[in-house]
Design a protein around this ligand. Structure first.
Ligand code: HEM
Length: 434
């Protein structure tokens, strides 16, 4: 597709995607230039907006090591996961047997968890309300001014001014939280202190290629903002779709309930989640059929020499988009591709050996693939598995009214691919297993 002097390529074929992103190594690993490196567009200094190069590698590695999920690391934030999901279960039980809108509860719980993982601090409800709303404004602004910013800033000066104000307010709130992160464990008693948070890891980074300097405050704020936005909407959207499928498929819900209740130890422990193949299959099926982002973030060609993709030659800077949702629903790869069938990811199913990173082969790529693949994918999956396990173990999920038809699965495009009609469900407490 050509727009003015801008060329955009859309890739729907999983084999072409594999050749470009995985076999093509770094050739397609850049991001398109926003064309406006002004201070307010700080997002060229976070991971997703950074051009391919040493700075991107440094900050990406830092996040990847922060969220790398060895059982011991996963266990660090287990009490926080339990605390926020306790909150959802409590709220839902408070309205037992009545139709409840699930999205705001999921979203707040996920946001609170990521705020804690980011800054190591528990904020008041009022402060969380403000930051959650602010983060949405930031996303809106980034989306509005991502393409042709020089032009869009002129066309929408008031919106631009509001966006700049939002970013300043964000910096005012985040800067003290980042500074405080350094002191969390300086007090000495490591046992009682919060686990190491993302902001703390940012303070320790030194940019070797730029005279071993620490990150600037703008960079740290931008990276924290990305951490919150990267993990909240994506994971919440996925969980909402999965819960909707479970309402529509009581048989699958019952089988999942049986597995999670049979799990011997507490599901807060990552090791237990690993031992639940059906839970994993349900989450993978959610990611296949309802990938939170129907496209990955735009990629750009980085080689000076023209490179080939799917028989076309593309120039440096060309924007590439990969159609994630199409690949997951491709009927030549998946049987009954439009149906929710977690069994396909169990032994004997066509998805049983699926490689979610796409290194060997791409059958689905909800987290992208290759060098720019989502560095938070294991955390996203852990959160989805943990939330779904908890919600099914303690509650039975039913349609909003006894006589109600199936939950409407129509999609709507927002920052993520949302349910057009947000999930409303009735829950009933299950008998507790000791
Ligand atoms: C279910 C949850 C998630 C989904 C479906 C998801 C999906 C994606 C996708 C499709 C991309 C673009 C990949 C590309 O451009 O090729 C991406 C990038 C990214 N994601 Fe995620 N994500 C999830 C959770 C998270 C979490 C929990 C974090 C961090 C806490 C995170 C941080 C990032 C970052 C920093 C990037 C940019 C990577 C880069 O440009 O090198 N994501 N994610």
């Amino acid at each position: 597709v050509r727009l003015l002097r801008h060329t955009m390529v859309f890739v729907a074929d999983r084999r072409v995607a594999h050749r470009a992103l995985v076999q093509g190594a770094a050739a397609f690993a850049d991001r398109p230039l926003l064309g406006d490196p002004t201070r307010e567009c700080f997002d060229r200094r976070n991971i997703s907006g950074s051009p391919y190069g040493p700075y991107w590698r440094l900050v990406r590695r830092n996040l990847a090591s922060m969220v790398a999920l060895s059982p011991s690391r996963a266990a660090l934030f287990a009490p926080a996961r339990r605390r926020v999901t306790d909150g959802i279960v409590f709220e839902l039980l408070h309205q037992e047997q009545q139709p409840v809108m699930v999205r705001p509860l999921l979203r707040r719980a996920m946001f609170e968890l990521l705020m804690y993982m980011c800054f190591g601090a528990q904020l008041s409800k009022k402060a969380l309300d403000e930051v959650e709303a602010l983060q949405r404004e930031v996303l809106l602004g980034i989306t509005a001014f991502a393409s042709f910013p020089t032009l869009t800033k002129r066309l929408f000066p008031r919106r631009w001014a509001a966006y700049v104000t939002t970013r300043r307010r964000q910096a005012e709130i985040f800067e003290p939280l980042i500074r405080a992160a350094a002191c969390h464990r300086a007090g000495g008693n490591d046992e009682l202190a919060a686990p190491p948070c993302y902001a703390e890891s940012l303070l320790m980074i030194r940019v070797a290629d730029e005279g071993d300097r620490p990150l600037t405050t703008d960079e740290a704020v931008s990276l924290c903002s990305e951490f919150l936005n990267g993990g909240t909407d994506t994971t919440t959207t996925l969980i909402e779709w999965i819960m909707a499928e479970l309402v529509n498929h009581p048989g699958i819900q019952a089988k999942l309930h049986e597995e999670v209740t049979k799990a011997k130890r507490d599901t807060n422990n990552h090791g237990d989640l690993q031992a639940m193949p059906y839970l994993k299959a349900v989450v993978l099926e959610g990611l296949r059929l309802h990938p939170p982002t129907s496209l990955v973030l735009p990629h750009a060609v980085r080689d000076d020499d023209n490179v080939g993709i799917g028989g076309y030659t593309v120039r440096k800077g060309t924007e590439l988009n990969f159609l994630v949702a199409e690949m997951g629903r491709d009927p030549t790869t998946w049987t009954a591709a439009r149906e929710f069938r977690p069994e396909r990811f169990l032994a004997g199913g066509e998805g049983c050996d699926v490689d979610i990173t796409g290194s060997r082969e791409i059958k689905m790529m909800p987290f992208g693939a290759g060098r720019r693949m989502c560095p938070g994918y294991s955390l996203g999956m852990l959160h989805a598995e943990y939330f779904v396990a908890r919600l099914v173990r303690e509650l039975e999920w039913l349609p909003p009214a006894a006589e109600a038809a199936e939950v409407d699965m129509t999609e709507m495009l927002d920052f993520t691919t949302l349910m057009k009609n947000p999930l409303q469900a009735r829950v009933v407490a299950r008998k507790q297993i000791v």
